[in-house]
Design a protein. Structure first.
Length: 597
């Protein structure tokens, strides 16, 4: 039998088996629940922190407030326990300083254990929820949670019921698949997958009425044998919008939606949108993620930096995060940013075009057949202006363009590119290009500067300075997704100057262990946590090439074989599956037939 004396904890009072009340849990509430699991139930520190974290997250979920990841909540709780443990070592010390620290600690126990995400107030859409969070952050945690919002509960229940019914409904095509594949179900799973695949290949040449059967079969094969069930975290590549012709001759907006993981790339669909707004795009992406059941594993999003995507209120990125209920890591497409800078340099030199084509290139194309190509004499250095011969500073972007796909290079390349632009000899081009680039310093933000820790080109001294800043420098309460860096500050700017404690959010989002931060950067390659972190960082996609391949696919098969939209989406799945199995058209890439025994 456990007595109340036995459950008493120094500075905290009695431990409790569960957290109760109508407020968000305080520091003291969480510690008392932690100690009950740790002392009374004899669980380890990590197990006790996990139990307490689960209860704390339940309160925040009921309050509809976005939170940090569960692993981060556990770290907060263990950190709170470490703080108590350090104080307990001096509990018999009668000095003034220990007594003051103990008093300060006790006074902080009624304060909120704040696990809200830093973008919580932006992501929350109900004003009352925002006011409640701000009130709970005050001394005494003003306010309390009222009863359950019945209208909201009914709305959520209706939505879940609708989704459940739609998933339980079995199309006729799927029934046909079961009949056709029943003979293979008695064999091994591998053989069943092979049977489905071969049938889906045949579906490419089948009449349109058979596409549903073959397409469904292909989708089942993909789910069973390929990517989505094996993904730990997913990056959404949703924002590649194109205007394509429909069967009736009109045009419609289509959105290529893909997800990528470590070594995995999957097309979810290329749906038709009723409009080109950010809300329509975000809704299409969210529904596709739900249909494939990966919305809970999406942690990053890669997008072109158009206003429809990046708008602070009506942008697709903002709305998508609101629908998912948590913030995502924003990875702006680096190729798109470089294209904008190139476009600005071109229009500054030759003027902007009034149409979709560049006039001078169109005239050159039309005149090409009249040029005697056998008599072309390239100019010598004497014929060229001295500025082109002595210094090729017009090539400052070439290397960085080719390195755009490497996530860890992004911060250093952006800062170096900005410095090079400001040294360009032509003033009009220099100003125009820097103005464009300065609107896209995404990878110098507090959230993404941590990528540079994995840049093999960066000196050890810079990495040490970044680590110090991450561990000890306080950041902005609401850090910007892209920083504002005036041209006057660029020459003296260094990568460590952008790092703060907020930079740890990248590691939390990707579930990367930060043990290596306490080691010397020269020995990071020997740290298992650093090697694992490198693998995850290298798996990030910071260019939208995958989405462009999805656009190319719908352009090739938009008006072929079928006019039914559902069958068209199945057709894309069949073609993608076939291309995974048969990546090339050369003889070497063809599967070799097995020899008869």
């Amino acid at each position: 039998m456990t007595t109340r004396k036995q459950t008493e904890v120094w500075l905290l009072g009695h431990s409790v088996p569960t957290i109760t009340g109508a407020k968000l849990p305080s520091r003291g509430d969480v510690l008392r629940r932690f100690f009950y699991a740790h002392k009374e139930e004899k669980k380890t520190v990590q197990q006790s922190a996990a139990e307490a974290a689960k209860e704390v997250l339940d309160f925040w979920t009921r309050a509809r407030i976005p939170t940090i990841a569960e692993t981060s909540v556990r770290r907060k709780i263990t950190g709170l326990f470490d703080e108590w443990k350090i104080l307990s070592k001096s509990k018999n010390n009668s000095g003034v300083t220990p007594a003051e620290k103990q008093k300060t600690f006790q006074e902080s126990l009624p304060d909120l254990l704040d696990i809200a995400h830093s973008d919580a107030l932006t992501l929350m859409t109900i004003p009352e929820d925002k006011e409640f969070l701000l009130a709970q952050r005050e001394k005494g945690r003003r306010g309390s949670m009222a009863g359950l919002d019945k209208k909201l509960k009914e709305s959520v229940c209706r939505r879940e019921s609708s989704l459940s019914r739609s998933r339980q409904q079995t199309p006729k095509g799927e029934e046909m698949v079961e009949l056709e594949s029943s003979s293979s179900e008695s064999s091994s799973p591998a053989n069943a997958a092979n049977t489905s695949t071969s049938s889906s290949d045949a579906g490419v040449a089948s009449p349109p009425k058979r596409l549903r059967t073959r397409g469904t079969k292909s989708v089942l094969s993909l789910i069973s044998s390929e990517p989505l069930t094996e993904l730990g975290s997913v990056a959404a590549k949703p924002f590649e919008l194109w205007r394509l012709r429909q069967d009736d001759g009109t045009c419609a907006e289509r959105l290529a939606i893909l997800v990528t993981g470590e070594g995995v790339e999957k097309l979810l669909g290329v749906p038709k949108l009723h409009s080109g707004t950010g809300d329509a795009a975000a809704t299409a992406v969210f529904e596709a993620l739900q249909d494939w059941g990966v919305q809970e594993r999406v942690v990053t999003m890669c997008f072109d930096t158009t206003s429809a995507n990046t708008g602070a209120i009506n942008g697709a990125c903002t709305i998508l995060q609101q629908k998912i209920g948590r913030p995502l890591v924003s990875l702006a497409c680096r190729h798109h940013v470089h294209e904008l800078v190139l476009e600005k340099a071109f229009s500054t030199c030759l003027g902007s075009s009034s149409g979709p084509e560049i006039t001078i290139f169109s005239r050159f194309k039309d005149y090409w057949s009249y040029i005697n190509q056998s008599a072309i004499n390239p100019p010598t250095n004497e014929d060229l202006p001295e500025t082109l011969v002595s210094k090729r500073d017009d090539l400052i972007q070439v290397l960085r363009w080719f390195e755009s796909t490497v996530p860890s290079y992004a911060p250093a390349n952006d800062l170096g590119f900005a410095k090079d632009i400001l040294q360009y000899h032509d003033e009009s081009i220099r100003k125009a290009c820097f103005t464009t680039l300065s609107r896209h310093f995404w990878y110098l933000s507090e959230d993404l500067i941590g990528l540079s820790l994995f840049d093999s080109r960066l000196p050890v001294s810079d990495k040490q300075a970044i680590v110090q800043a991450i561990l000890y420098d306080e950041g902005a309460e609401e850090p910007a997704k892209r920083i504002n860096l005036p041209s006057s500050q660029v020459p003296a700017a260094t990568l460590p100057s952008f790092a703060t404690k907020n930079s740890l959010r990248l590691f939390e989002a990707l579930d990367i262990k930060t043990d290596f931060l306490s080691a010397n950067p020269r020995k990071w390659q020997e740290e298992e946590s650093y090697v694992e972190a490198c693998r995850r960082i290298e798996g990030l996609r910071v260019v939208n090439d995958t989405a462009e391949r999805g656009v190319a696919l719908i352009q090739s098969f938009n008006l072929r074989l079928t006019k039914d939209e559902e069958q068209r989406q199945f057709l894309l799945q069949v073609v993608e599956a076939h291309r995974h199995q048969q990546p090339g058209t050369s003889k070497a890439s063809l599967p070799r037939p097995s020899r008869p025994q």
